[in-house]
Design a protein around this ligand. Sequence first.
Ligand code: HMH
Length: 239
Amino acid sequence: MADTKTRAQLAGGMTATDSWIRKHRLIYTDATRHPFVLSIRDGTVDLSAFRTWVEQECKFLRSFTAFVASVLVKAWKESDDRADEEVILGSLASLNDEFAWFKKEALKRDIDLTKIVPQNATAGYSRFLESLMRPEMEYTVAITALWAIEAVYHESFAYCMEDGSKTPLELREACERWGNEGFGNYCNTLKKIVDRRLEMAAGEISKKTEMALLRVLECEVEFWNMSRDGPQQTIRAMN
Ligand code: HMH
């Protein structure tokens, strides 16, 4: 009874998250092996693109933090396992640390945090997170989005730290932040929560959850695209 394996694992099958990653592997790979990430790994990254990434992250993190806080409230109300709340509290604690790190990065790069304008990808991502924050949105859907958001960063940045990567020295700290083993374990803990919830979810919730996962992957690809393209150009009328 105390066995923590899910029904699917006991049956020798894949968990729900594994089968979704397999089913949607094209977009999953787009999100976790994006050209921007590959350019960090091979050392050719454009530093103005990296600066754009830092700026937009500073904006993104505010909505992300509010979202994580809303997932904590949903866990408190809906979860079948009290331990979930501690895991999500851990997410908030590491976000506290992340804010301090981004402030330091912004200072180093002379970025004025009060003057950052969110680009379309950041604004779109925030709107999606806001839709997940609504009280009627199910915990299973929201915790799945949280897992996917964290897992994409872990997989991307861990790839930039592998043997043979040529990640520039000044970007190694960023890669270490999300790519480290502890962060990987935290992502796995979230993944297990998701699979546990999906074991007991009704078909329509499962479908809704899969859609939320796909939307996260799209938002992540758009966020990388925006970073790769660097500072937004102002389009002027040609007359
Ligand atoms: C855009 N995705 C984005 N930013 C982050 N900080 C994470 C995921 C992971 O925390």
